[in-house]
Write a protein that binds this ligand. Structure first.
Ligand code: ATP
Length: 445
């Protein structure tokens, strides 16, 4: 029978299904509250998912905070005073257009569908209404309007409201930034596409405070920095596109926004955003700054000013998905399809797995444990012990986790202190001295 070529659509659908199923099977990502039938828009990260996320967040923090002189960290509370969200414009303006089908009562985002009929049942759609996406709750025992609080829909405001605290504590000179990694919550009308659009997710945001006249220069600078980081973590650059948001579609606070889009299997969609937020937020929170270097007052004295802001805003979960999709690979080995994650060693949840060739040979187990596993574990942390099943099965499991190196201790090791180290991508095996292992791996990270 003639083999039919799969359409691009089918291939994309397959890829997404393969990645979602690998994530569940190998302990990266599970549906939230699954044993109770799930909770739409929530995801739980398993052991390797947490490790991957941590490596992504650490890489971001290292590049944008630890290796710079002009960046200050913050970890603000998720629950914030309602007044913050009134001042920021979110109470009035943070909304998406909602439309409901009159027949099946499914709800959709009006800007994402063809409004002529219901995408699910073909029924007639009702009027479009505005729906505020903030999750509200009450602080304390009473449910009065005065105790109303919101779970933050963006980490940015936690930065703005700590602007004065940061300036008073560290006396930074313009330009400088404040960075935060943390959870954000949005009551998305239609959470979908795995972890791409969820109701609880993580953001990595920077507010970079500048003088107004410098905004174009720093906008370009941050665009470059974002591209560098995207490449550093292993997102396929051929699938990343930057696009200027047209004026009429800009968020209420922005004068220019560039979206970094990624070719996800479900379409080209926003990965990250870069926005020039002007002085909108600091002004609304009635915060200012004493610019000692700017003697532009008639007296020649330093003047009070409201700094402007460039905001690189990155979603951790969208990064995880883009990294997984970029890394997912298949090849054929011995007539079998092998799937593996070609993750960068710096980002992979596990840097190497250590195995004794046979788990019922105490001398192999003892050597592997004390002379290979323990010292590597102490050095790199991201090292696992894997003695389950035969070697072929172990390799397949580690390939799917994205482990760049598998080390096997065999009978030769006991006499010559060498081990086999296998490369995930090529499947090639090398014999190397146990005493050289640390250096060998360090070189690859
Ligand atoms: P979209 O248009 O896709 O809803 P947005 O423009 O509202 O996104 P921003 O407000 O710019 O998103 O948020 C900054 C970043 O936070 C996004 O670039 C994305 O990486 C991430 N993000 C936003 N909403 C979600 C979500 N529902 N699930 C996962 N990540 C999100």
């Amino acid at each position: 029978m003639e083999k039919k070529e799969k359409t691009e659509d089918q291939k994309n659908k397959d890829l997404m299904e393969k990645v979602v199923s690998l994530c569940k099977r190998r302990g990266f990502i599970f549906p939230g509250s699954e044993v109770y039938g799930g909770l739409a828009g929530t995801w739980d990260f398993g052991h390797f998912g947490v490790a991957l996320k941590n490596n992504i967040k650490q890489s971001w923090w290292k590049k944008f905070v630890d290796s710079r002189k002009d960046m200050y960290g913050i970890d603000a509370a998720i629950l914030m005073n309602s007044e913050v969200w009134v001042a920021s414009g979110h109470v009035d303006g943070f909304q998406d257009p909602l439309v409901e089908c009159k027949k099946c009562h499914h709800r959709f985002r009006a800007d994402q569908i063809d409004l002529s009929k219901c995408p699910d049942c073909g029924g007639q759609l009702g009027e479009t209404q505005q729906f505020n996406m903030m999750f509200g709750t009450y602080a304390g025992a009473t449910q009065e309007s005065g105790s109303k609080v919101y779970l933050r829909p963006e980490t940015a405001q936690g930065i703005f409201v700590n602007f004065k605290n940061t300036v008073d504590a560290f006396h930074p000179k313009l330009p400088f930034g404040i960075a935060q990694i943390g959870k954000a919550f949005r009551n998305e009308i239609a959470p979908r596409d795995f972890i791409f659009r969820s109701r609880e997710f993580e953001q990595m945001e920077i507010e970079y405070f500048i003088r107004e006249e410098d905004w174009e220069k720093y906008f370009e600078y941050w665009k470059g920095e974002m591209f560098d980081w995207i490449e550093e973590v292993g997102i396929d650059m051929r699938k990343v596109h930057d696009t200027d948001i047209p004026k009429e579609d800009l968020a209420h606070y922005s004068k220019r926004t560039v979206d970094f889009e990624f070719d996800y299997p479900f379409g080209r969609k926003e990965l990250f955003g870069l926005a020039y937020r002007t002085d909108f937020d600091l002004k609304n929170h009635k915060l200012d700054y004493l610019d000692e270097e700017k003697g532009d007052l008639p007296t020649g004295k330093a003047g009070k000013t409201v700094p402007h802001v460039i905001e690189p805003s990155l979603g951790v979960d969208r990064a995880v998905l883009a990294i997984l999709l970029s890394a997912y690979s298949e090849d054929e080995k011995d007539g079998e399809i092998r799937s593996f994650l070609k993750l960068k060693p710096s980002i992979a949840p596990v840097i190497c797995a250590v195995s004794p060739l046979l788990k019922n040979k105490p001398e192999l187990v003892e050597y592997a444990n004390t002379k290979v596993f323990a010292p590597l574990k102490a050095e790199f942390g991201r090292v696992i012990w894997d003695d389950n099943g035969n070697i072929g099965k172990r390799y397949r499991r580690q390939d799917e986790i994205g482990t760049p190196f598998c080390i096997v201790v065999d009978f030769d090791t006991l006499t010559d202190d060498t081990v086999t180290i296998r490369d995930r991508d090529t499947g090639k095996q090398e014999r190397i001295q146990v005493s050289n292992l640390k250096e060998y791996i360090k070189e690859k990270i």
